[in-house]
Write a protein that binds this ligand. Sequence first.
Ligand SMILES: NC(=O)c1ccc[n+]([C@@H]2O[C@H](COP(=O)([O-])OP(=O)(O)OC[C@H]3O[C@@H](n4cnc5c(N)ncnc54)[C@H](O)[C@@H]3O)[C@@H](O)[C@H]2O)c1
Length: 405
Amino acid sequence: MKPVRLIILGYGIRGRTYAAYALAHPDEYTLVGAADPSLDGPPQPGVRFWTGWEEALDADIAADAAVVSLPDRLHCAACSAALGKGLHVLLEKPLGCTWAECETIRAAQRKSGRLVLAGYVLRYSPFYKRLKNIVGSGCIGEIVSISHLAAVSYGKAAHSYCRGNWSVESEGTGMLVNKCTHDFDLISWWMESRACVKIASFGSLFHWRAVNRPDGAAARCQDCPAQVRSGCPFDAKKLYLDEDCLRYHFAERSDVAISRMIETSRYGRCVYACGNDSVDHQTVLMEYDGGPTVTLEMESFSKERGRTTHFFGSRGEILADGRTIEIRPFSGENRTIEPDGTMLHHGGGDCAIMSSFANFINTASPSLANDLFDSSLESHRLAFLAEESRKTGRTISVQPPVWPL
Ligand SMILES: NC(=O)c1ccc[n+]([C@@H]2O[C@H](COP(=O)([O-])OP(=O)(O)OC[C@H]3O[C@@H](n4cnc5c(N)ncnc54)[C@H](O)[C@@H]3O)[C@@H](O)[C@H]2O)c1
């Protein structure tokens, strides 16, 4: 297998994660270029760099593939342009910010015949691969219903969906499309041959609103009176310095750099004064053909971050929480399985998707590339329809997609 010559468009958290994999696996990849306005030199000797993705693609560098890990609003243009240059693309989710953008990418994918692999890293992780095998084995009979919770955690949700990149819907995709296209993807995978026929959704911005701002709270955490700050779990110092679990979001992670970031950036703002309008909780109800039902709950206000899924089958139950899988057949003993794998980097999915991407590039036929991309669009279609239901208050009948010839 020849190493894939790779360029990375958007060298932020995701871009750096994929670059680290490429650099550590020279048998699979050669990192030939990276584009990001924050780069002031090559990320690695011998790697070309540019400040913008357009420049990178205009440079006509010899490359086979691109990772598009740019802000959401640039995905459609950058992915379509990369396909136009004949590159295969690993495209971060959300694929497009609207369904129309997804269709534009599909048209570019069809024209180029290249692969577009969606960044649904979870389905590549050892945990979810094992779970898929178990669910598919029929050990709990037919799936009657699934209850799936995506618990985002109060800190991560405050970071991304109240203070951060996805806090204002019109600037990106809002919380459900950004966060839960992973979950819609897993659900579509588990439901396999069945199609979603009805979808309804409810949700709102419940808590992070001006009306809930404590008396005396300042616009920025560092200016907030101590007695208000001490009672606030969303205080930026608590989240970024004391608890430490969000530091990975930043390229510079020393205490000094994080303190400066809290004082100067959007991440030091009071959560009740961010001008955010993205929901903070949302429930989606789905009916599949033949009658099985699925509920998906996305929740900001959980202490821990993670996904839990409860499958109810005609012959038993399965409970999965990202670490363990408990099988509870109606006849026979319960069994608990702990698949190997790290909890880091999406349970190992970040590395596994890169390995699969190289494999697909070397082996996939154009028809497989088409099928792969079309199946990855299903998750976005459902997420956009759920948003339509939430905004209109209607239950939506889901029709098969109609693609242009
Ligand atoms: N698959 C997953 O599980 C997963 C997880 C997190 C984020 N994401 C997605 O990955 C994408 C990137 O997220 P991130 O967390 O790495 O964000 P990030 O902000 O850390 O990275 C985005 C990078 O793009 C750069 N950029 C902006 N404009 C550019 C331009 N014109 N040309 C080149 N670079 C430009 C920014 O400087 C930044 O470094 C987002 O779309 C996000 O939704 C996916």
